[in-house]
Design a protein around this ligand. Structure first.
Ligand code: HEM
Ligand code: HEM
Length: 184
């Protein structure tokens, strides 16, 4: 699955670097970086900004007709890169505690990333069946119909979950900043 998908390679390498830095800091300080302190906070904020960019930028490009803004496929690569690195940073931000709303937000994040991986995998396979080379005639029509149905179903998972995720994330951020940061 990684072959030819540069964004997956780059995201994996970036996550390895960030994970290594996180591991070294944990070893050095002999504790897991707390979500509300410098390292944990920084990871949460940068990761969340990347996730916001994942949500917004590709949608804007998709709705814009100006070809000068760059190719859709390039934007999708950015979408996937930021959509993997951002959630990874947010995961490190959690300090491996998943209580209440923040825990639910993390679960939604995990679901959207997995749905993205599944969608992308099937998404890239559909054009191949479109050529009708692999499957002929009526069988190919049936395969296409199913492919489209699956894609429609997939959109109903990936997109609304993204919205639910950002609503709960904003409530978490407001609450966490108010109670854990400003009231300290
Ligand atoms: C989608 C993005 C985010 C997710 C999924 C997330 C998730 C979490 C989780 C699971 C925890 C641990 C809760 C617990 O103790 O059980 C946490 C703590 C915390 N988060 Fe986030 N977080 C996100 C973004 C942010 C951002 C952007 C900020 C700051 C602007 C932030 C600020 C905090 C703070 C201050 C705590 C510590 C709360 C405490 O010590 O009680 N989070 N977060
Ligand atoms: C923070 C994580 C993510 C968020 C918030 C997110 C959000 C979204 C949104 C809102 C769209 C709809 C764009 C539109 O039609 O206007 C979308 C489409 C898509 N996303 Fe994600 N996504 C995330 C991660 C991922 C990941 C990790 C992958 C793949 C590995 C992925 C693959 C896709 C694909 C293939 C599309 C469909 C492209 C299209 O129909 O044109 N996403 N995503």
């Amino acid at each position: 699955m990684l072959r030819g998908n540069i964004e997956l390679w780059l995201a994996t390498i970036t996550c390895i670097f960030i994970g290594a830095g996180y591991g070294l800091i944990s070893l050095w300080t002999r504790e897991i970086p707390a979500a509300g302190e410098l390292i944990g906070h920084t990871l949460g904020i940068i990761g969340f900004i990347l996730m916001l960019m994942t949500e917004i930028l590709y949608s804007i490009r998709k709705r814009s007709r100006r070809a000068t803004l760059g190719r859709m496929s390039t934007w999708l690569r950015f979408h996937i890169y930021m959509g993997l690195v951002g959630p990874f940073m947010v995961l490190l931000h959690t300090s491996w505690k998943f209580n209440g709303l923040a825990g639910a937000t993390t679960l939604l994040t995990v679901i959207i990333v997995f749905s993205g991986i599944i969608g992308r995998y099937i998404f890239t396979r559909i054009p191949r069946t479109l050529d009708g080379i692999e499957i002929e005639g009526a069988l190919s029509q049936e395969a296409l119909r199913r492919g489209r149905q699956f894609l429609a179903l997939w959109h109903t998972v990936h997109i609304p979950i993204g919205m639910a995720l950002f609503i709960s994330a904003f409530i978490h951020i407001g609450g966490a900043l108010y109670y854990a940061t400003f009231l300290k």
